[in-house]
Structures are given as structure tokens and as C-alpha cells.
Design a protein around this ligand. Structure first.
Ligand SMILES: Nc1ncnc2c1ncn2[C@@H]1O[C@H](COP(=O)(O)OP(=O)(O)OP(=O)(O)O)[C@@H](O)[C@H]1O
Length: 253
């Protein structure tokens, strides 16, 4: 098992925002986390990565390849983040350093976790950029790239150290539809090549139908339904999921 989350709760003081959430993501498995805005999807992801803001607390268990992460030291967590597990966020501009060439940023994410020369890291960065169909951009600054290109740079960084687990939080929401499709394909190809598990967060049912094999449906901090993508989208059992489907423009598969 790549990731095993058991009875994870997140609190603001004594107010629960995520409530006893349990799920697992196997090796090479693509799992979607869906639900309306404010249902607790992002907090679940941040808790798994050990990136919750200071004012929030988490209880329960998050294990990565059998190792407990909840309560692990920042030193241990920062050693794992960007290496064994990584995350791609919605807004690429805020995640990139505007003053640094993108090739250098990819190389730095390799250097953080691997003892190789700058030269080798730079060569590897160029290869990684090529693998997300970005040739010849290593010397560009983030503002010289389109939104879709910037998101692919972040994907290259997230995949740089061959993580076993990747979380994508609304990675294509800010992109137009054709660019969206290309980025989704590259995410799927990138994790398939590494047999990595994927937790894919979105409120877009058409996107999860394309990317995910299994779905978790969140409502008011809880997982109210889970099953294969086909089961959940064609025979939703929970009233909330039915409402979510009715509100989307997804045609029944
Ligand atoms: N730092 C915080 N302090 C207090 N409440 C918070 C904090 N961060 C998030 N929340 C609340 O927790 C709930 C879940 O937020 P979360 O961001 O996980 O939702 P989400 O499902 O990811 O929504 P979206 O799709 O809009 O990103 C929301 O009601 C939000 O207002």
C-alpha cells in the first residue's frame, strides 16, 4: 500500500473541518477526491503532506509506505516532500520563483534530495522538461511561459525525484480546456511511468471521469461515498453524490 489514511480529522480549535476520513491509494492507482467547495478536500491533502497551517491540528493516521507521517518531525517530512511524495497546486505562478529560470528551479528540486553535480542536475532538468513536452524552455523565466507551460514545469518538478505518491489539487482548473487535456495526459503518463499512486482533487466530474479509477466523495468534512469511478458516476448511492451529478453537465457514462 502506498498511502493509508485512517480516521484523519483536522480541527480549527475544537471545530472539526475534516472528520474521520479513511482511504487508501495503492501503487499506480489513480484516486479522485471530489466534493463541493469547502468540503475539506484541500485540508485532507495538506494534512497528508504535513503542510497544514499552524492554527490547524490533525489527528488519526497517515502512513506512506508503512511509515507514520502524522506527528513526524518537520525534518522527516521535508525529507519526504518533493522526494517520496509531492504535490501540484492549482496556481502555478505562486509556486514558481519569478526571478529564477525554470530549468534552474527544476534542477534545484533534484539537488535538494540527491547528491549530484549541478551539471548533472541541469541535464536531468532538461530531460524532465522534455518529458512534459517542454523543449527549449529551461532558460525561460516563469512570466515568459503560458499558464499551461508553467503547470507542466511544476509537474516536472513534482516528478523530478520519482515520487511514489503524487497529489494534484485542482491542477487544471485555471487552464483552458485544450491545454487542460494535455496537462491531464502528462500527469497520467508521468505517474504511470513511475507506478506512483495519485490523489487527484477536483470539483470537475468530467476531469475525474477521465483521470481516475476510483473516487472518494467528500461532503461537510466526511467521505460520504467511495467506489470505482464508474460505480460512483453511474449508480451513485448517496443523496449528496446524486445532487453533485445532477448539478454537473456530465452526461451519464
Ligand atoms: N486555516 C483555516 N482556519 C479555519 N478554517 C479553515 C482554514 N482553512 C480552511 N478552513 C475551512 O475548512 C473547510 C474546508 O476547506 P478546504 O479548503 O479543505 O475545502 P475544499 O473542499 O478544498 O474547497 P475548494 O474546492 O474551494 O478548495 C472550509 O469550510 C474552510 O473555510
Amino acid at each position: 500500500m502506498t498511502v493509508l489514511v485512517e480516521e484523519l480529522s483536522v480541527f480549527a480549535g475544537d471545530r472539526p473541518l475534516v472528520r474521520e476520513v479513511s482511504f487508501e491509494v495503492g501503487e499506480g492507482e489513480r484516486v479522485g477526491l471530489i466534493g463541493e467547495s469547502g468540503s475539506g478536500k484541500s485540508l485532507t491533502a495538506l494534512a497528508v503532506m504535513g503542510l497544514l497551517p499552524e492554527e490547524l491540528t490533525a489527528t488519526g493516521s497517515v502512513r506512506l509506505h508503512g511509515n507514520e507521517l502524522l506527528g513526524a518531525s518537520e525534518r522527516v517530512l521535508s525529507g519526504l516532500r518533493g522526494d517520496r511524495m509531492s504535490m501540484v497546486f492549482q496556481e502555478p505562478m505562486t509556486a514558481l520563483n519569478p526571478l529564477m529560470r525554470v530549468g534552474r528551479q527544476v534542477a534545484e528540486s533534484i539537488k535538494l534530495h540527491t547528491r549530484i553535480s549541478w551539471r548533472a542536475a541541469r541535464d536531468r532538468a532538461v530531460e524532465l522538461l522534455e518529458s512534459v513536452q517542454l523543449s527549449g524552455v529551461a532558460r525561460a523565466y516563469p512570466h515568459q511561459l503560458s499558464g499551461g507551460q508553467r503547470q507542466r514545469v511544476l509537474l516536472a518538478m513534482a516528478l523530478a525525484n520519482d515520487p511514489g505518491f503524487l497529489i494534484c489539487d485542482e491542477p487544471t482548473t485555471a487552464l483552458d480546456v485544450t491545454v487542460q487535456a494535455q496537462v491531464l495526459e502528462l500527469i497520467v503518463a508521468g505517474i504511470a511511468r513511475r507506478s506512483a499512486g495519485l490523489l487527484f482533487i477536483t470539483h470537475d466530474l468530467a476531469v475525474v471521469a477521465r483521470v481516475c479509477e476510483r473516487l472518494l466523495v467528500m461532503h461537510d468534512g466526511r467521505i460520504v461515498e467511495q467506489g470505482t469511478t464508474r460505480e460512483v458516476l453511474t449508480e451513485p448511492r448517496h443523496e449528496y453524490t446524486r445532487g453533485l451529478l445532477a448539478a454537473s453537465d456530465l452526461e451519464a457514462a
